[in-house]
Design a protein around this ligand. Structure first.
Ligand SMILES: [Mg+2]
Length: 289
């Protein structure tokens, strides 16, 4: 352990502010939380050194990412993040303040999302560092992946591709956008695996297909930069890179918000087509075993 566990916990307890619905935060056996009036949302995500971040990367940004990937999932349900639990497993040999900096990042993300850190755990490991976060949130009417209907417009909240350059660490979860979309969206997901891979999750769950228009796909400037070295097109990066953490949603065309980008249409005919040609959804998938 790079630092005495109880010192670190005492510091985290002081640094974690009290927030909405928190009766008892860090320091007892459980946090005591007031349930919101809507539905309770729960999601968890672990990020591992060497897989989801590199050990040499800024630990504040690593902590921010660990929390924000969870807040992005709450946003993808049209929900409001309320609380975060975070567990760190730390290998020996990390710089002394690494865990504190990661915690600083967790707290930054909580503050920005309007949530509070209410618990967690610390442990040592002989393997790589890992940060596991669980976020709890609320939604009056959660938006599922299964509600897309033929004729719905497909939209995305911002440009995609090339997140590896830095955005996968520095992104802002689209919480406000998700809350606005919750009023009109029939299905929603956050772009973590890749635009086409995540759209395919909606298509599967909703038992529908989709037509995408390549000229309408918002391609991030980072996708163009990465494409210069990769030999692939910027559009291909936008469609498959992942970790953009934009929201991908479907809604009736007449209710489509002016501020979002319309990229296609949901069809009764199954499968995914780009400019009328069938494509295979591709994105990032962890290799297990
Ligand atoms: Mg997700």
């Amino acid at each position: 352990m790079p630092e005495r566990e109880f010192d670190l916990i005492a510091w985290i307890r002081r640094a974690a502010s009290r927030g909405r619905g928190v009766r008892t935060g860090i320091g007892d056996d459980c946090a005591v939380l007031d349930l919101p009036g809507g539905r309770l949302l729960a999601t968890t995500d672990v990020i591992v050194s060497g897989v989801d971040f590199l050990p040499r990367e800024n630990p504040v940004l690593i902590g921010r990412k660990a929390a924000n990937v969870n807040f992005s999932d709450v946003a993808a349900m049209g929900g409001r993040p309320l609380w975060l639990l975070a567990s760190l497993t730390l290998p020996p040999g990390l710089p002394a303040h690494w865990a504190r900096k990661v915690t600083r990042g967790l707290l930054d993300a909580c503050r920005a999302a309007g949530a509070s850190l209410v618990g967690g755990d610390l442990s040592a490991t002989s393997g790589p560092a890992a940060i596991c976060c669980t976020a709890l949130g609320e939604a009056r009417k959660p938006v599922l992946r299964s509600g897309a209907r033929p004729g719905d417009a497909i939209g995305v909240t911002g440009p995609c591709g090339g997140s590896i350059l830095r955005r996968h660490l520095t992104f802002r979860p689209r919480v406000d956008e998700g809350l606005r979309l919750a009023r009109v969206a029939t299905a929603m997901i956050d772009v973590s695996d890749g635009l086409t891979a995540d759209l395919d999750h909606i298509l599967d769950e909703s038992r529908v297909g989709a037509d995408l228009d390549s000229r309408a796909i918002p391609v991030h400037a980072d996708a163009r930069r990465v494409a210069r070295r990769s030999g692939r097109t910027p559009l291909d990066h936008a469609l498959t890179d992942g970790e953009d953490f934009e929201l991908l949603f479907t809604c009736p065309p007449r209710r489509f918000p002016r501020w979002a980008r319309r990229i296609g249409t949901i069809t009764r005919r199954r499968g995914l087509r780009l400019d009328a040609r069938a494509i295979r959804p591709r994105g990032y998938e962890h290799v297990l075993g």
